[in-house]
Design a protein around this ligand. Structure first.
Ligand code: SAM
Length: 325
């Protein structure tokens, strides 16, 4: 299959932000849809407005698989799909001023007060959208959830880069899987469109930082991997959770490599990753992030390397010889 025929695209690849014309094999306005579910709205739009280029991002693997099937079945060639969180993918996969619209149909409402921070259309994500949308570009929101609608409208109204424009929802909005579900329950659909207007917006650079991968070097005897207890480390407004350590053992039961299962919970997204402690020459060991799971290296991920380094450094006979994080 030619690269331009692949529907699933990785948002982590360094050059994807600048490469949408090559990915699609042509130029056109780029539209992003967040949380597309089974992708039926994305396909409908690609059929109705064939000049545009449609990129969907969805966190659920099952939805991604269904949407790819729908896109293939429909025969449209102007849809690409990314698996990941909208917050991370929007930052990584688009350059400033490159998006013509961002559509959010029936986002998860997170109705409980204590979960309000999980709602998508608010502060940091709106800053990213303001940066990535071109002037005149639009954010389009449809939801059945009145509270969520008022919450998002208040956030968008307060943002200097967006003004509301009156617009009726297009028919296709009433045909998404969730729209049909809510219609069965006679729930009304709330619809809001906001236009990107001139304003001073803060630049939102991609998250990934250049190499080197964060690591530390230590000297020491065998690590006591069984001693790691669940540890929560605060790092700025992020939390690093070291859950447990597991080791790869040699025939005589000595660990050659230890993996620390870690959660890095940042305001915009959460990553599960492995921090590895690996034996090198003599009594030298390296602590580094495993590439398994394709982690994005952020300051909080560096904090995870620091946490594991400190756990080892506290064991008898261990010394840190270099910290590169
Ligand atoms: C209620 S469903 C709506 C699906 C579809 N838009 C529709 O109308 O049928 C919300 C979707 O958003 C996805 N989602 C939730 N949080 C997300 C995030 N941060 N980034 C991308 N997708 C997300 C969920 O996996 C789910 O498929």
């Amino acid at each position: 299959m030619k690269a331009t025929e692949r529907i699933l695209v990785s948002w982590r690849e360094a050059d994807v932000a600048a490469a949408w014309p090559q990915v699609f094999g042509r130029t056109g306005d780029v539209h992003l849809e967040v949380g597309f579910g089974d992708g039926r709205y994305t396909v409908r739009r690609a059929l109705d407005e064939p000049g545009g280029l449609y990129v969907g991002v969805e966190v659920s693997g099952v939805s991604v698989r269904r949407a790819i099937k729908n896109v293939r079945r429909s025969g449209v060639r102007n849809v690409r799909i990314m698996k990941g969180t909208a917050q991370a993918a929007a930052r990584q996969a688009f350059t400033a001023g490159s998006l013509a619209s961002v559509t959010v149909n029936f986002p998860d409402p997170w109705p409980k007060d204590r979960h309000e921070s999980r709602r998508l259309l608010q502060g940091p994500f709106l800053d990213v959208l303001a940066d990535r949308l071109k002037l005149g570009g639009e954010v389009r929101l449809a939801t059945d959830h009145e509270d969520y609608f008022h919450f998002s409208v208040a956030q968008l109204d307060a943002h200097p880069a967006f003004v509301r424009v009156p617009r009726m929802p297009p028919d296709a909005v009433f045909q998404t899987k969730y729209a049909l579900k809510w219609r069965e329950q006679s729930k009304p659909v709330h619809y809001g469109v906001y236009r990107r207007v001139p304003a001073n917006v803060t630049t939102q650079p991609p998250i990934e930082r250049p190499n080197p991968m964060p690591h530390a070097l230590l000297t020491g005897p065998q690590p006591h991997f069984g001693t790691l207890e669940k540890t929560v480390i605060e790092r700025g407004d992020a939390h690093v959770i070291l859950h447990e350590a597991a080791a790869v053992l040699t025939g005589d039961g000595q660990p050659t490599r230890v993996f620390v299962r870690t959660t890095v919970d940042e305001p915009e997204f959460t990553q599960q990753l492995l921090v590895a402690v690996q034996k090198r020459e003599g009594d030298e060991w390296i602590v580094r992030v495993e590439s398994f799971g394709d982690p994005i290296i952020t300051d909080a991920v560096r904090g995870a390397v620091h946490g594991v380094t400190e756990w080892l450094a506290a064991q008898d006979g261990w010394q840190v010889t270099a910290r590169n994080y």
